[in-house]
Design a protein around this ligand. Structure first.
Ligand SMILES: *[C@@H]1O[C@H](CO)[C@@H](O)[C@H](O)[C@H]1NC(C)=O
Ligand SMILES: *[C@@H]1O[C@H](CO)[C@@H](O)[C@H](O)[C@H]1NC(C)=O
Ligand SMILES: *[C@@H]1O[C@H](CO)[C@@H](O)[C@H](O)[C@H]1NC(C)=O
Length: 470
């Protein structure tokens, strides 16, 4: 095979030393950053662009490569390849790395060098996977850390605040990959954000947030309930708003998709044995929404939501919207309907009333924890175009909406409950909704209320007059 790139035709990353001439190396791209622009200090008013990536040519060697230059050069270079592809680099500059300062922002690499690409001298070629050694391709499934060097999700949760701000490794399965949200910051920079929900044997849902296009692109290749990832060097933070621990992908992070290590195979077997999507849905809808309401801006009528749902058929991503509507059914004063239920404090699933056990956690008695009371109400929402039936109003959103806790509610007389109900019925409210298509839900649409407050009448009529969503 004339065009076959065997590793032996290139200088190994482990053999690099400064001043090597006519250098040619090959590697698989295991990490990559977004292109960023910085003001050019030498050329006031103009910007210099940069991006970097990490390549690997053996289980123990990988190196950070960065490039600076004009916007055109950097963008076209960066657009050429993505994580998982192999590249040949000719004539890079070899530089000694300034370990401490550098590794704060970039993946910790084993050697003492880094590579710099220069627009005038270096060449980067992308190889087709058919041209390269299978050994090289298989490196993409090898984590860059020891395979046992990771935290389970329950460890992270249990350690709580003591891990706040720490950078650690995580091995977990992907439960879901959220929709990418685009926004503009106050200093007019464009940004994007994608939330990935992870799980493992120890924890039903854990959020990892990606803020850059490259990691979002990678996340979008993951299959919910099938992909396992080894994320090295993610930052752990305590999220004050959601009162929970969460992970963030940072520029140091390298994520290995479907890692080829025994620990990942054990997790993979666990996922396959526990593939109960009904349950997963239920947990996801219960677990506190991490949605920032400010990011939801689209106003709909009931009819428009139903049309949008029909158009989205087949998609499993949730969508969000604002509805100005009345609560037309709110059965909180009717003794035959259960308004408050027990949920499992470990996973959030509704506890089986008859057996008084959590059907999820009792599979493993070591995880058995206590229950807590939670509102669990289905309401109908009506506007001038129609009615959305059986929208769920649960947990803290219900407490905020109704203005009382479950315990306060449980000691109310039915007269007081009726009075409470009439505070809402037929009052126009501004309601933030999350909608998921589900063939098991009434009307094919599962609707959860994220916030419900009495609407400001002028705002409501202005929005209703000005909306144009279809
Ligand atoms: C590589 O190193 C540069 C600094 O030299 C850093 O800015 C960049 O984030 C690093 N990135 C990767 C993916 O290695
Ligand atoms: C690249 O080459 C051009 C023209 O030969 C020159 O003007 C420019 O300064 C060089 N750039 C660098 C970074 O050396
Ligand atoms: C990320 O992707 C969005 C949408 O494609 C784009 O507008 C934005 O410029 C990208 N950001 C970077 C840093 O490449």
């Amino acid at each position: 095979m004339a065009n076959f790139f065997a590793l032996k035709n290139f200088t190994a990353l482990s053999d690099l030393h400064p001043n090597m001439a006519n250098l040619k190396i090959i590697g698989i791209v295991i990490g990559k950053t977004d292109v960023k622009g910085f003001p050019d200090r030498k050329n006031i008013g103009s910007e210099r662009y940069t991006f970097s990536f990490t390549i690997r040519d053996s289980p123990s060697y990988f190196i950070n490569v960065s490039s600076w230059g004009s916007e055109d050069y950097i963008r076209s270079l960066s657009e050429n390849f993505k994580v998982g592809e192999c590249v040949i680099i000719e004539n890079p500059l070899i530089q000694r790395k300034e370990t401490e300062r550098e590794e704060k922002f970039s993946p910790a690499t084993p050697g003492s060098y880094k590579l710099l690409l220069s627009e005038n001298h270096s060449v980067v070629k992308v190889c087709s996977p058919y041209e390269v050694d299978a050994k090289l391709l298989s490196l993409i499934h090898l984590p860059v850390k020891e395979s046992q060097d990771y935290y389970s999700l329950a460890d992270i949760v249990a350690n709580g605040h003591s891990l706040d701000g720490r950078i650690i490794n995580v091995l977990a399965a992907v439960r879901s990959v959220g929709e990418t949200k685009y926004f503009t910051t106050s200093d007019r920079r464009k940004g994007q954000r994608c939330e990935v929900k992870l799980f493992d044997e120890t924890e039903p849902s854990f959020t990892m947030t990606c803020w850059d296009n490259e990691s979002i692109l990678l996340a979008q290749s993951w299959m919910p309930q099938e992909t396992v990832i080894f994320a090295s060097d993610v930052r752990i933070n305590f999220n004050k708003f959601q009162n929970c621990m969460a992970a963030t992908v940072i520029s140091k992070t390298i994520i290995t998709t479907n890692p080829d290590i025994p620990e990942a195979n054990i997790l993979l077997n666990y996922i396959r044995e526990n593939k109960d999507t009904n349950m997963a849905d239920e947990i996801d809808s219960y677990l506190k929404e991490s949605i920032n309401l400010n990011t939801i801006v689209d106003v709909y009528t009931v009819e428009q939501l139903k049309v949008k749902a029909m158009k989205n058929e087949g998609k499993s991503d949730p969508f969000y919207g604002i509805l100005y509507a009345y609560i037309s059914t709110l059965n909180i004063d009717d003794d035959t309907t259960k308004v408050v239920r027990n949920r499992c404090s470990s996973c959030g699933y509704i506890v089986n009333e008859a057996s008084n056990t959590c059907t999820i956690c009792n599979k493993d008695s070591s995880r058995f924890k206590s229950f807590f009371l939670s509102f669990d109400v289905l309401v109908d929402l009506t506007d001038h175009t129609g009615t959305l039936h059986s929208c769920s109003l649960t947990g803290s959103v219900a407490e905020e909406t109704l203005g009382c806790t479950t315990n306060e509610f449980l000691v109310m007389t039915s007269e007081q409950k009726t009075k409470l109900k009439w505070q809402f019925l037929l009052e126009r409210s501004k309601i933030y909704l999350k909608l998921i298509l589900s063939h098991r839900a009434r009307g094919g649409l599962k609707v959860s209320i994220l916030s419900c407050k009495l609407a400001d009448p002028t705002e409501a009529s202005r929005k209703l007059a000005g909306q144009g969503h279809t």
